[in-house]
Design a protein. Sequence first.
Length: 316
Amino acid sequence: MSQHTHGHHENAAHDPRQAPSRGRHDHSAHTGHGTADGTGWDAVGPLLEQNAEISRPQYEEAARWIAGLPTAPQVRRVLDIGSGPGVVTCLLAEMFPEAEVVAVDGTPALLERAGERAERLGLGDRVRVRQADLPDDLGGLGEADLIWMGNTLHHMGDQRAALAGFAALLRPGGTVALVEGGLQPRRLPRDLGFGRPGLEARLEAINTDRFEDMRAALPGTKRESEDWSALFAAVGLEPQGTRSFLLDVPAPVPEPVRDDAVIEFGRWREGFAEYLTAEDTAALDRLLDPDDPAGLRRRPDLFLLSVRTVHLGRRA
């Protein structure tokens, strides 16, 4: 199986339920040459980087939590699985200043951005990049004290087998940080002042169905109860706790957050066209109209509220 992973475009976000129209999180559709709709990674890379920057406070808080645990290992080597353009890779290098940090991804253009980012931040001596199709190339990644998996495991058909493979790479006392679950972002009030109230909830329902379609299409896919602590125990890891991290950007939002909202809603408008009612299509068109006072570019009540959940498992 050839499986490209770009987990931090969970970034979003970074979860496939948020932007399937460009394959932004739907890794089953990725190739090394572009996204599912043919958009080159040279164009998409900056958008992914901006999206991860918006979520940086959540990642920082999660990394501080990991580093401060009484059971935290001495971190000498980190694998960032599905690194994308390297925002979290570099953050982990900053948080663990004695460690070599390896950005692992299936897309060369994104790894190039990760390497360039590390050089700009003065981290080039400790950040490495590694192209890998996972889980096939898992065995060649080498040992690690910390494996960060940002919304990547659910892109592997047999999640239990994949997690067991990652667990086998851990040195004694090493930790897997699994970013899965949380809450989908909210950006708009329930009632926009036009259209049927509850637009975002309906978009999320479509996302959920598309996510199930993505899982069903993965090679060797197996249904797994999403009790991540139980899954850790099943592969021989000791559950070390779960925490959720809030991102709360109140209105009025800064321009990068507004830009990201326009991109996300544009993808939904494109990717969900066959599932949308005429009323919701018209509402999205108004939101995406840069000249409409009630559109995303101009409305004053746009905000960003999201939650990322991190689950830790430790090798004894």
